[in-house]
Design a protein around this ligand. Structure first.
Ligand SMILES: *Cc1c(COP(=O)(O)O)cnc(C)c1O
Length: 837
């Protein structure tokens, strides 16, 4: 372990700590969060917004087609964009688009593969690297429509053909040919940050790919054009168009600046513009003349005028000025006197540090804890950007699913991307999955972006950590610490960093201190745990199963209301269970995932006085009526729609007074309390069932049943000394509606139906779990357990408790009340029937 780390001597802190402090202060809204998905989207510095605001408040911008001043401002910005890429309007033209994807599409739609005057059978080809983003793969569908061949090229073939050693012997071929071919590749892989060669673009244009593509191309003697997908590369690197000249460059601005979204560019090399002659559509200001009663139009001569259909998002384009200014002011020019070079070194060293730390991670038995999906081993910044893509392994070398990892990471306030990142080519290559296996996984129910992270123990995706200029070594350490705590168990060692600056205080990791204090706590807690175990009466001895507790959660995500005797079963589950929810001012439902304090709001239902009473520590209680429409005016006016688990639901607003009370209790402004409308027909999501059950605002099913014996079993498996819950508070974390006592743990997992008292219920499957079980329901504090142990015990399947739906009365009873201490009679089967997948 140590031999590797000592090699990391050149690890540099590119931006000095003082300046780094200023930079991170622009992201103070992140709070404790570590944002490690810069390749998904950069995030914007706070000072950017007032600048844009001031500009818009003090200037009158009009439609650029009407107003010369606005048009001139936009021209300025086109120049700024070109300056950023070290070129100018005499060499390149900026076409504003809605993003990299639209830029790519525009090229494919307009590219002339086979000029009309060519009457031979020859045709041009669309050649794409398999490791492209899906946005490039989709261009196939456009190319299919025209007379052109579609050819894919593998990573190995492509990199070999462009290897400088092979290029040395390559003979230039600069004649003009009769057909045009285009090759599309990313400047940097969005999958793993590998940087594809850019210096060889001139060679590609001169035909250096011909020999390796000979067998596939329709016509080898063609004019080559290069479509460079620079979306990932330009986010953290300098693209110098004076050094290398792709014909077409595609990018999105939010990946560089974080703002604005919906704006990208296609940069076209002026001398290559003619080949984009196939553009069909026109609209808005893109024509010089158009007749309405005759099929006649002439598109504008000026390239960007011809390509920017409609009115460009000119206010967003105007914001770019402030984006460039802010970045240039904020980032020092440490490397090559250049802002982007500084950013690329900064992010590269962070990624390199993470790579080495993860590469050194070992389980207690010596097995590696991480596998990497990289194409470089971080020894050349020209080949690697600030991204690390990997999966984690358990001690027995089995894979940890990425969805499981993501849940744990979020619990630690770490935000990363998992899955295949819209790059199935790289995903397949690195995970070693054949086309057939991909199709089989799809048949097994796996889709891009879902949570099915392992199929037969093999990963369907990976974990991608990508850094931005606002990240620091603290973010790296936080992530590695989290991985150690959750998956490798306490073997965290301080990385040996040699910084090229004297002041290393800011980044000096405090893990030594952490480790020591942890051991101290470990020792103390172990003693306590032993004591607790001695005094516990562990199991219920007889084989009788009893319903011991009923709880409802009147407000979604808030505290439980525990029922004294019995409670009425209504059409949606227990009466008043999750009938209310709290929504933010944007109409989105607030959950404990976003605000852990919600569980400290404790609702009670007073049936006699017909009130919902809300309690919260440090607040006077408040009550609202249970009877909508009686007394106070029915507030149909504020009928609102909100989304719960992708369903649109309807509800009534409960008024200002309670809204203010809740806003105060949670310390978030403008919250509202919404009651689900009686006419709302949310029903259980089951593909197959005809008898759909009505649902309240609970997530998946009408009832959730928890077996206390299983909770006890789980508690025994939890070895984290930091976890101090007793059985009752651990049970509370699962937020069940029915708690049963029995002697056998895990038995409920095999039940098919269950009769409780005089009521029959159908089992709808096991309940999938997320970080919410890591919130102590008394205090709202977050812990790592019990999710870690659940995941460990169930092989990454985060399931606990079973869902029930109501079938009806049995034994001729008409009673709609379910009573505590009713006996529980299950029927088992062995088929796994699971509604969550
Ligand atoms: C993000 C990305 C895209 C797509 O960009 P959009 O902004 O979604 O259009 C394409 N290619 C690469 C390499 C990317 O990283």
């Amino acid at each position: 372990m140590s031999s590797k780390s000592t090699k990391m001597t050149t690890l540099s802190q590119v931006i000095d700590p003082e300046r780094m402090k200023v930079i991170t202060s622009e992201f103070s809204r992140l709070g404790e969060k570590s944002y490690l998905d810069n390749a998904g989207a950069a995030i914007y510095p706070q000072c950017l917004l007032p600048k844009i605001n001031y500009d818009l408040m003090n200037n009158v911008y009009m439609n650029p087609h009407s107003d010369k001043y606005t048009r001139d401002c936009l021209e300025q910005i086109r120049c700024l964009v070109l300056t950023h890429f070290n070129t100018d309007p005499s060499n390149y033209t900026v076409i504003f688009t809605s993003g990299a994807t639209q830029s790519l599409k525009l090229v494919a739609e307009s590219f002339e593969f086979t000029p009309e005057e060519n009457d031979s059978d020859d045709c041009g080809s669309f050649v794409y690297l398999r490791d492209n983003h899906t946005s490039v793969l989709g261009l196939r569908e456009i190319v299919k429509e025209v007379n052109a061949d579609i050819v894919d090229i593998s990573h190995e073939e492509f990199t070999t053909a462009l290897n400088p050693i092979h290029l040395k012997s390559f003979k230039r071929n600069a004649e003009k040919h009769s057909v045009n071919s285009i090759v599309a590749y990313p400047a940097q892989s969005n999958f793993n940050g590998y940087k594809y060669p850019l210096h060889c673009i001139e060679n590609i244009k001169n035909g250096c790919l011909n020999s390796c593509l000979k067998r596939h191309l329709c016509e080898v003697n063609c004019n080559w054009y290069v479509l460079l997908d620079a979306a990932s590369y330009v986010a953290t690197n300098k693209l110098d168009l004076s050094q290398t000249q792709p014909d077409f460059v595609c990018l999105s601005f939010y990946k560089i600046f974080g703002y604005p979204t919906g704006l990208g560019a296609l940069l076209v090399k002026n001398t290559s513009a003619d080949v984009l002659s196939k553009k069909k559509f026109f609209g808005g200001g893109t024509v010089d003349i158009v007749l309405t009663s005759e099929d006649f139009h002439v598109k504008r001569q000026e390239l960007h005028e011809r390509f920017e259909d409609g009115t460009i998002p000119f206010l967003s384009v105007l914001a770019l000025k402030h984006c460039f200014d802010t970045l240039n002011d904020m980032i020092p020019r440490v490397i090559n006197n250049d802002v982007m070079d500084t950013i690329s070194h900064h992010t590269y060293y962070l990624a390199k540090d993470l790579y080495h730390q993860l590469n050194d991670l070992r389980h207690p038995n010596g097995n590696k804890a991480a596998v990497f999906y990289l194409d470089s081993n971080f020894n050349d910044i020209r080949k690697q950007g600030g991204i690390v893509t990997f999966n984690l392994l358990r001690e027995d070398n089995s894979y940890i699913g990425y969805a499981e990892f993501q849940h744990m990471a979020e619990l630690f306030n770490i935000f990363i991307r998992t899955g295949c990142f819209c790059n199935s080519g790289s995903c397949q290559r690195h995970l070693n999955v054949s086309n057939k296996e991909m199709k089989d996984m799809f048949k097994a129910g796996h889709k891009c972006g879902d949570e099915l992270d392992l199929v037969n123990g093999r990963p369907t995706g990976a974990i991608r950590v990508s850094f931005g200029y606002y990240n620091t070594f603290n973010d790296v350490d936080k992530l590695v610490l989290m991985i150690c705590q959750c998956f490798v168990r306490y073997s965290y060692t301080k990385p040996k960093r040699v910084m090229n600056t004297d002041d290393i205080d800011l980044i000096k990791p405090n893990k030594i201190i952490f480790k020591e204090s942890l051991i101290k706590i470990l020792n103390e807690r172990f003693i306590n745990i032993r004591n607790i175990n001695l005094h516990q009466d562990i199991t219920v001895k007889d084989s009788k199963i009893t319903l011991t507790e009923i709880a409802i959660f009147p407000i979604k995500s808030c505290g439980a209301f525990k029922i004294q005797n019995g409670w009425k079963i209504g059409p949606k589950g227990f009466e008043y269970d999750r009938e209310w929810m709290i929504v933010k001012d944007n109409g989105v439902c607030l959950t404990q995932k976003q605000n852990t304090q919600m569980c400290t709001i404790r609702p009670e239902i007073d049936l006699k006085r017909r009130l919902l009473i809300l309690n919260c520590k440090g607040m006077t209680t408040i009550a609202i009526t249970l009877d909508v429409g009686i007394g106070s005016k029915k507030k149909d006016t504020s009928m609102c729609h909100s989304k719960v688990c992708t369903d649109i639901i309807q509800g009534f607003d409960c008024g200002d007074e309670v809204a203010d009370w809740i806003s105060n209790a949670l310390g978030i402004s403008f919250l509202r309390l919404i009651r689900q409308s009686n006419t709302d027909k949310r029903s259980q999501k089951r593909k197959d069932s005809k008898d759909q059950k009505l649902l309240s605002l609970s997530n998946q099913a009408q009832f959730l049943l928890i077996n206390k014996a299983t909770v006890r079993w789980l508690k025994d498996k939890i070895h984290d000394p930091l976890f101090s819950d007793d059985i009752d508070s651990l049970t509370d974390r699962f937020r069940g509606n029915m708690i049963i006592e029995m002697s056998q743990e895990l038995a409920e997992r095999d039940w098919q139906k269950v009769i409780i008292g005089n009521h029959e219920f159908k089992v709808e499957g096991q309940c999938p779990r997320c970080q919410m079980v890591c919130i102590d329901q008394k205090t709202g504090e977050k812990t790592v357990e019990p999710l870690r142990t659940i995941s460990e015990q169930f092989g990454g399947k985060l399931r606990f408790g079973i869902y029930l739906s109501y079938v009806g009365n049995v034994n001729g009873s008409k009673d709609s009340i379910l009573r505590i201490y009713s006996s529980v009679n299950p029927c088992s089967n062995n088929n796994e029937d699971d509604i969550s997948r």
